[in-house]
Write a protein that binds this ligand. Structure first.
Ligand SMILES: [Zn+2]
Length: 314
């Protein structure tokens, strides 16, 4: 928040008496450009607060350069201090505050938002989903939060507004068949999909049926049904990359469970399919390289990082 108070020290130059309208315009124009430059260094939470300071700050904070991404993970910062506990901000007062912040963000974004990342911890509802969807018609990348309740109608209405979606991270909050069918119905250009829950046969069937243009899939740090993995690799012709870093690959039969590594998958997959898999070799994945890894926050870590660049949240 220190950055915001630094900005507060900037004062609008007083227009000298008898100065003409052109000099007034120059000063205002100069201030506007400087403010936009400064605002580019703020995170979303800081920018939302800055926009409420005065009229000139509000005008500058609406600049399209500031709103390629609306990243609500910034609500964890000291300004709003969202606790890192799932289902937090689930009370009426907090939900109203979240609604106001989201409304303000999408209004300032003015249709320019291409990437929308919800806060991992805050409780999420249909109202927030629809509010976001109606005001971000040009969205290309969406990252769902991990807690809340969304109805089938809410998901369908949102996906109808997000027809240009290219990339999506789906969490357990929307781990339901209608999520995939809604994508299949409205988001024909979707090519990048990250799932943060166990990958089972019915998920593979849904991908093959509803997202045939999928090119990149991330199912890291979860349990993965071996037959489901083989199904998508063999059936989805456009698939070029599947991230299975630290996932447990298993095959469950009536009498036993068999675990697989990359080598043992050779019995079931061709070389061309195996080459599409990304796995952690010699402790080289994001998590293995993090020395300050906190296992208590491992689910957020799965959601937040990824070896595939297009899924990583900066
Ligand atoms: Zn690793």
């Amino acid at each position: 928040m220190a950055g915001l108070w630094t900005i507060g020290e900037i004062r609008k130059p007083e227009v000298m008496k008898n100065s003409g309208s052109s000099s007034r315009y120059s000063n205002d124009h100069l201030n506007y450009d400087i403010l936009v430059r400064i605002f580019m260094a703020l995170n979303t939470a800081e920018l939302l607060v800055a926009s409420t300071v005065c009229k000139s700050w509000m005008q500058a904070s609406r600049n399209h350069l500031l709103w390629n991404k609306l990243d609500l993970t910034a609500l964890n910062s000291s300004i709003f201090n969202v606790q890192k506990i799932r289902n937090t901000w689930n009370d009426i007062f907090s939900q109203r505050k979240l609604n106001l912040l989201l409304k303000l963000g999408v209004r300032l974004g003015n249709g320019n938002i291409r990437c929308l990342i919800f806060n991992y911890y805050t409780y999420f509802s249909d109202f927030q989903l629809i509010t976001a969807a109606e005001r971000t018609p040009n969205l290309q990348r969406l990252v769902f939060p991990d807690s809340g309740h969304l109805s089938k109608d809410g998901i369908y209405n949102a996906m109808r507004s997000w027809r240009g979606l290219v990339s999506i991270t789906i969490t357990s909050i929307v781990n339901r068949p209608h999520m995939f069918s809604a994508i299949g119905k409205y988001c024909k250009n979707l090519s990048e999909l990250k799932l943060t829950f166990d990958f089972e046969q019915h998920h593979a069937d849904a991908l093959v049926e509803h997202i045939p243009n999928l090119m990149v899939l991330s199912i890291r740090y979860v349990s993965v049904d071996m037959k489901a993995l083989c199904h998508v690799l063999k059936s989805m012709e456009r698939l070029v990359l599947v991230n299975i870093c630290h996932s447990t690959i298993y095959d469950l039969s009536d009498y036993s469970i068999e675990l697989y590594d990359i080598k043992s998958l050779r019995k079931h997959l061709s070389i061309s399919c195996l080459e599409k898999l990304i796995s952690c070799q010699v402790n080289e994945c994001c998590r293995c390289q993090r020395h300050n890894y906190d296992p208590r926050r491992h689910l957020e870590d799965i959601w937040h990082n990824d070896e595939v660049r297009c899924f990583a949240i900066d």
